[in-house]
Design a protein around this ligand. Structure first.
Ligand SMILES: O=C(CO)[C@H](O)[C@H](O)COP(=O)(O)O
Length: 212
């Protein structure tokens, strides 16, 4: 199970500092949407150069112009780029095609998706990686429930990541569903000791995996 560190609402310097502290603990680096909007593709290139062996997720949250945005992400060194599930089929299939050319992957963000049929449709399009996402603003009025997982339950052939305010306390509930990737942002990046926060989260993941 991968631990994906989400770098959101941070300066370039903070991103690099946090990576220095946590890179030996985390598996995937997510360059957050806001960070990309602030610094453009340059921040992805810089992180790629600094961490050549890490999997980099560019959280582009593309919703149109899929071919162009996927090319931007992969050319900058991303291994995975994201697209919103509500996008046109053509946006998603174009991105899958570009991903194939670059040997990369597309993660479809299920923010706002209510029906399993939508996930089944994504699978028919060729999608093999989705993220269950309880958004930042939604976190202000609620928290992710285990009903979120009913969207992907028993759908085989699709890897699943999960994101949305996950911390060391909520992690055991999330892990019951055995997602492929756990995405954690603020529960690491907002902590005083980020290295220790990442280590604790990784430890819970590894302990849970051993006992499963
Ligand atoms: O995509 C995101 C925000 O749009 C974040 O990656 C995701 O929400 C994880 O961050 P946090 O753990 O702070 O919720």
């Amino acid at each position: 199970m991968n631990l994906q560190l989400a770098l959101d609402r941070l300066t370039r310097e903070q991103c690099l500092e946090i990576l220095e502290e946590t890179s030996d603990t985390i598996d995937w680096i997510e360059v957050g949407t806001g960070v990309i909007k602030e610094y453009g593709m340059a921040i992805i290139k810089e992180i790629r150069a600094a961490y050549p062996a890490k999997t980099i997720v560019a959280d582009m949250k593309t919703c149109d112009a899929g071919k162009h945005e996927a090319e931007q992400a992969f050319r900058s060194g991303a291994d995975i780029t994201t697209v919103m599930a509500f996008s046109a089929d053509k946006t998603i299939t174009d991105m899958l095609e570009v991903a194939d050319q670059y040997g990369g992957r597309v993660m479809v963000d299920l923010l706002g998706v209510q029906a399993r049929s939508e996930v089944l449709h994504l699978k028919e399009l060729g999608v093999d990686l989705v993220s269950l996402h309880f958004g930042k603003d939604m976190q202000q009025t609620g928290k992710m429930g285990d009903d979120a997982f009913s969207l992907v339950d028993d759908i085989y052939g699709i890897d699943c990541a999960v994101a949305g305010g996950i911390n060391v306390r909520s992690l055991p509930m999330v892990m019951e569903y055995q997602p492929d990737t756990i995405i954690v942002g603020s529960a690491i990046t907002n902590q005083e000791n980020k290295k220790e926060a990442a280590r604790q989260i990784k430890e819970v993941i590894e302990t849970n995996e051993k006992n499963h």
